[in-house]
Design a protein around this ligand. Structure first.
Ligand code: NAD
Length: 276
């Protein structure tokens, strides 16, 4: 079954609410995972130049037999490729590795403010979109001042901000910042890198619904209006993580998950202090 849930973006395109993340999957494993995911009904894959597996992602899309135009492919400009010319060159190289003529979404991976280049990089993404090399453009790990600066200077809004979100780190403030500006929030590490799967409260909800902990968490993302990109390279888990359309969480369940939020719950770097 093809992914039935797509969220509209502020540029008129739409994004499937569940995508396959492929960080830390080497080329061959990424190709296999993408092929398995597309055969299981996924229509969205999240990669990045920094993951070193764009060629595998492109290979997986082609091997799946699903037409390119039915698949939503995201890649990202790495920090060392920031700047107008460098970013456009990096995109060209990403498209070469993917063996695709465009991506559906191109993101600035981190603002990396100490480089002072994210505004110029954003101008490059705007040019890439105008040239048809990226259908939609967005950012990752941005906070309000950076969002306001790129929109204020260019008048062009990102379609989304991809940030760390999961039940233990719910990012209510930054999600509200995105919402106020008309941006979707896309959740990276949506399963808390797997660490949340053994949480007793999640386990109770899994038993209540006859589902797995991963399915409960992914359903929480969907019911919260987020885009989520869980990663797995195991075919069984890939299928499991997409099979979340036959049940819903009720108000009590949502309240139980709301209570798991922890200001110290990050599993990844804090963009406010990251210096890479
Ligand atoms: P995740 O939260 O998706 O967790 C993945 C891990 O959870 C797997 O490695 C596996 O150990 C476990 N897992 C997955 N499905 C499972 C299942 N059904 N049952 C049991 N265990 C399961 O972690 P992630 O990979 O960090 O994040 C997902 C994606 O987000 C990445 O692959 C990448 O595409 C993206 N990402 C982006 C950024 C960014 O800066 N923009 C940062 C980190 C991740």
């Amino acid at each position: 079954m093809a992914d039935p849930l797509r969220l509209e973006l502020n540029d008129g395109h739409a994004i499937p609410q569940i995508g396959l993340g492929v960080w830390q999957a080497p080329e061959a494993a990424a190709a296999k995972a993408v092929e398995a995911a597309l055969r299981a009904g996924y229509r969205h894959v999240d990669t990045a130049a920094m993951y070193g597996n764009e060629a595998g992602v492109g290979e997986g899309v082609r091997r799946s037999g699903v037409p390119r135009e039915a698949v939503f492919v995201t890649t990202k400009i790495w920090n060392t490729d920031q700047g107008y010319d460098r970013a456009l060159r990096a995109l060209d190289q990403s498209l070469g590795r993917l063996a695709m003529d465009h991506v559906d979404l191109l993101l600035i991976h981190w603002p990396s403010p100490q480089r002072g280049l994210y505004l110029e990089t954003w101008r490059a993404l705007i040019a890439a979109r105008a040239a048809g090399l990226a259908r939609s453009i967005g950012v990752s790990n941005f906070d309000a001042p950076e969002l306001d600066r790129i929109v204020g200077e260019t008048g062009v809004s990102p379609v989304l901000n991809q940030i760390e979100v999961h039940p233990r780190f719910q990012q209510r403030r930054l999600r509200a910042v995105n919402l106020e500006r008309g941006l979707r929030t896309e959740a990276w590490s949506p399963l808390g890198q797997g660490r949340l799967l053994a949480d007793p409260a999640i386990g109770r909800l899994a038993r209540k619904h006859g589902r797995t902990p991963a399915q409960v968490i992914i359903r929480w993302h969907i019911d919260s209006g987020l885009v989520a990109i869980p990663k797995s390279v195991h075919p069984g888990r890939i299928v499991e993580n997409h099979d979340v359309f036959g049940f819903q969480l009720d108000a009590d369940d949502m309240e139980a998950i709301a209570a798991l939020d922890d200001p110290d719950g990050r599993v990844g770097p804090d963009p406010a202090t990251a210096r890479f």
